[in-house]
Design a protein around this ligand. Structure first.
Ligand code: ADP
Ligand code: ADP
Ligand code: ZN
Length: 219
């Protein structure tokens, strides 16, 4: 089972992908998390990616294809994976199809598009807090950490991502609208798209995601 979460920054892709991954026992593959880990570790990829990510732009397609091919070739992904943040442009969508030949997975089964209005996105992103250690995500209002400042899962102090500051958020939303949004039509045309209303609480959205998946699995 290979699923793709598509949607603007702040739509809830990471939040819903984590739940779905737990339910189906497949790994969540977040290219944003992988790139942030590379930056923190100071690898070649990280050194290349840092300034691009801080500016809210897209890291080059070849780097992403290498990361995703390697990740989907790992033993825990033989039964499938949930892609969160990839593909992000039409070239990456084509690259994904061909790189799957080097993995045990055959093709994308379904693309879950989380549809959320822009004013909601800005509010979700400006109050997002992330764990730099285990990548868990929180929200100061909608999903606050139990003690207010530290990660529920591992206790590390939460941070605001550089690119969640207002000036960069605007650039990321523009990059999404111009470069990533055309993928919605692409996946609709080839019959893989499930459009899901991403407004409402995390639990509301989860029940819609879970419904779409239950129907797909019983088909
Ligand atoms: P994405 O991966 O699409 O950028 P996230 O899953 O990180 O989005 O969610 C962005 C922020 O909004 C996080 O702080 C998260 O806790 C919060 N969030 C996610 N889904 C909802 C929701 N349905 N309602 C309110 N806040 C949400
Ligand atoms: P969000 O879900 O909030 O949009 P991500 O964590 O998915 O953010 O991505 C953060 C940043 O990492 C992006 O702004 C971009 O610079 C880089 N990135 C992540 N995935 C990709 C990708 N598929 N292609 C190019 N850049 C990517
Ligand atoms: Zn943590």
């Amino acid at each position: 089972m290979l699923l793709v979460f598509l949607g603007p920054p702040g739509a809830g892709k990471g939040t819903q992908a984590t739940r779905l991954a737990a339910k189906y026992g497949v790994p969540q593959v977040s290219t944003g998390d992988m790139l942030r880990e590379a930056v923190a570790a100071g690898t070649d990829v990280g050194l290349r990616a840092k300034s691009i990510m801080d500016a809210g732009q897209l890291v080059d397609d070849a780097t992403l294809a290498d990361l995703v091919r390697d990740r989907l070739g790992q033993p825990d992904a033989t039964g499938g994976a949930i892609l969160d943040g990839y593909p992000r442009n039409t070239a990456q969508a084509a690259a994904l199809e061909s790189l799957l030949a080097d993995t045990p997975l055959e093709a994308v089964d379904r693309v879950l598009f989380l549809d959320v209005a822009e004013e909601i996105l800005v509010d979700r992103l400006s109050k997002r807090r992330a764990c730099p250690s285990c990548n868990a995500n929180f929200h100061l209002v909608f999903k606050p950490p139990a003690d207010g400042t530290n990660c529920d899962r591992c206790g590390t102090e939460l941070v605001q991502r550089e690119d969640d500051r207002e000036a960069v958020v605007r650039d990321r939303l523009q990059v999404y609208a111009e470069i990533t949004a055309p993928l919605v039509e692409h996946y609709e045309r080839i019959g893989l798209l499930a459009r899901i209303d991403g407004a409402g609480s995390i639990d509301d959205v989860w029940s819609r995601v879970d419904n779409v998946m239950s129907m797909a699995v019983s088909e």
